[in-house]
Design a protein around this ligand. Structure first.
Ligand code: UDP
Length: 327
């Protein structure tokens, strides 16, 4: 298939583009490079600079290229920022996704893989499955849920076939067979736990802030399910290749194992050999106490299984990247 990867210069989009190419698909990346990196785009992919909110650009693109499917990653993703500036998130994520959906159906492109999030769920003490109650704690999660709902209606009314993939906490870096780093996480500004922790180990930051230690969790810090980007990327290939048969899929992607913020920092200390000093500060608005995936459904339906479930291995790959990033 010829796959348009919208947001394919970003962290997860670029990793997935590489997996599509490795699986024998043709890839065109469309990205405005506001958050993405041109260097992250696989060299085999065509790159087009543009904004998903630009309907005229999308029309030209769909008219001139024979696109079979879209994988849509373009979004702002920071829970904290979304609480400070909801409008920015509703516009960039929801409004622009609707423009993309409309362009797709206008040009007869009927296959979509959509990048969603665990933040659509209400918090739960045990593993969350796809039937568990929805209830975003932050505006970011709400925007992804709104897009999911639009996709559902484009499916039922207009025949769009889709796979919605709800990622838990994406992390780690892609290495080649010889252990050389291919691509990794590089957000500006960086707000995510693992990269920030590694920046302390690199001496780029003095101390790590722990956002609250009075949550109803075993050590009081928030618990998340950390999933390697290689494993996220492989799921997109399986989902896209199943979309004609299954038509409407929604899957969680996680390891089924929760780690607290404190535990993540402890593993980072082991990996880096750095003491990584911490301060406990106020809770960050919008953080759910616990989010752990059950990925039983995608395992059952598509045979997906994470290949890199070890948090130690995940952080070691991220550490390899952060010591030597090239973008
Ligand atoms: N976190 C933290 N300090 C930081 C960054 C994050 O304590 O400097 C916590 C955050 O409150 C959350 C967890 O780490 O409980 C994961 O946050 P991240 O932003 O990496 O991902 P999210 O779960 O928000 O998608």
């Amino acid at each position: 298939m010829h796959i348009l990867v919208v947001g394919g210069a970003g962290y997860i989009g670029s990793a997935t583009a590489a997996h599509f190419i490795a699986a024998g698909h043709q890839v065109t990346v469309f990205d405005n490079l506001v958050r993405g990196h041109r260097e992250a785009v696989p060299s085999e992919a065509r790159f087009i600079l543009g904004d998903v909110g630009d309907r005229a650009a999308l029309d030209v693109l769909f008219q001139t290229l024979d696109i079979d499917a879209v994988a849509h990653f373009a979004a702002f993703i920071e829970a904290g920022e979304s609480m400070q500036n909801p409008g920015k998130y509703f516009h960039n994520n929801v409004t622009n996704s609707q423009i993309l959906l409309e362009a797709m159906v206008t040009h007869g492109v009927k296959r979509l893989v959509f990048s969603s999030t665990a933040a659509v769920y209400a918090t739960k003490n045990s593993a969350i499955d796809e039937n568990d109650p929805l209830g975003p704690s932050n505006v970011y999660g709400e925007t992804k849920l709104m897009i999911e709902r639009m996709i559902h209606w484009y499916h039922s009314q207009l025949g769009l076939r889709y796979a919605i993939l709800r990622y838990f906490n994406a992390c780690g870096a892609m290495l080649d067979a010889d252990g050389r780093v291919l691509r990794g996480e590089a957000h500006t500004p960086e707000t995510h736990l693992i990269p920030l922790t590694l920046q302390v180990a690199l001496g780029q930051r003095e101390r790590m802030k722990i956002f609250g230690n009075d949550y109803p969790t075993p050590d009081g810090t928030c618990v998340r399910d950390y999933i390697h980007i290689e494993d996220l990327a492989s799921a997109h290939v399986l989902a896209l290749e199943a979309v004609d048969e299954r038509c409407a899929m929604t899957y969680n992607l996680g390891n089924g194992q929760g780690y607290s913020v404190q535990e993540v920092i402890n593993v980072a200390r082991e990996v880096t050999g750095h003491p990584i000093p911490t301060d406990v500060v106020e809770r960050r608005p919008g953080d759910a106490p616990i989010l752990i995936a059950s990925a039983e459904r995608i395992n059952h339906d598509l045979g997906w299984q994470p290949r890199y479930p070890s948090l130690h291995e995940i952080i070691a790959s991220a550490w390899a990247w952060h010591q030597n990033p090239y973008y």
